[in-house]
Design a protein around this ligand. Structure first.
Ligand SMILES: [Zn+2]
Length: 202
């Protein structure tokens, strides 16, 4: 509990709530709280309203697990999307990152986590029942877009073993040199992986 003698209780509550957010320490929480006090009341009301509607209006897609405002998400509802290709990601926010590239026209599946024995995350904790169902309904390709971490790689391998059968083609997104970056600033793992996954000159 953050306690500053003489601080009004409503301000203390706001500071306390801010300090529970990731990356926000007590000093930053205090600065945010004080900043809100100096702004017009309409600003804080707008913030409160936005926060209120967050849980009221945003949920997760019944099918793919991405952000949704009603039952199915924007991507599952889009008839132009290729439903026979599924890109598997760890978190809903990963879908938003993938979409920034504007190049992918398939569908998604959000695992809501990744395998991590240390954190008690096993296959039963991931959204695999719904993925099993989608695979049973027939898909052509599954693209693993889990993170480039040890746990992310382990998750991709687990899923590849689970689904690479029959007509399902399982692939993994390539890791490599970011656009516009100098080689000297890359870590050795990124560089060696980029070399391993080199592509033919076109
Ligand atoms: Zn969806």
């Amino acid at each position: 509990m953050i306690h500053f003698p003489g601080m009004p209780a409503p301000l203390a509550r706001v500071v306390e709530m801010f300090s529970t957010l990731p990356g926000v320490g007590p000093k930053t929480a205090m600065r945010l709280g004080l900043n809100l006090l100096t702004r017009p009341a309409s600003d804080t009301l707008a913030l409160a309203s936005a926060l209120h509607s967050l849980h009221e209006q945003v949920s997760f897609c019944d099918c793919c697990g991405c952000f949704s405002e009603q039952g199915h998400c924007h991507f599952c509802d889009d008839p132009k999307r290729d439903r026979s290709t599924i890109c598997v990601v760890e978190q809903p926010v990963d879908v938003l990152m993938m979409e920034r590239g504007h190049g992918y026209r398939g569908s998604y599946h959000v695992l809501q986590g990744r395998l991590s024995p240390v954190d008690g995350m096993g296959p039963d904790q991931l959204r695999l029942v719904s993925l099993d169902r989608r695979v049973e309904q027939g898909i052509r390709e599954m693209i693993m877009a889990t993170s480039a971490t040890v746990d992310g790689e382990a998750t991709a391998h687990y899923l590849a073993n689970r689904y690479q059968q029959g007509a399902v083609h399982v692939s993994r997104i390539a890791r490599g040199v970011p656009e516009g970056s100098e080689l000297e600033y890359l870590d050795e793992h990124t560089l060696s992986r980029a070399l391993d996954q080199r592509v033919c000159w076109q």
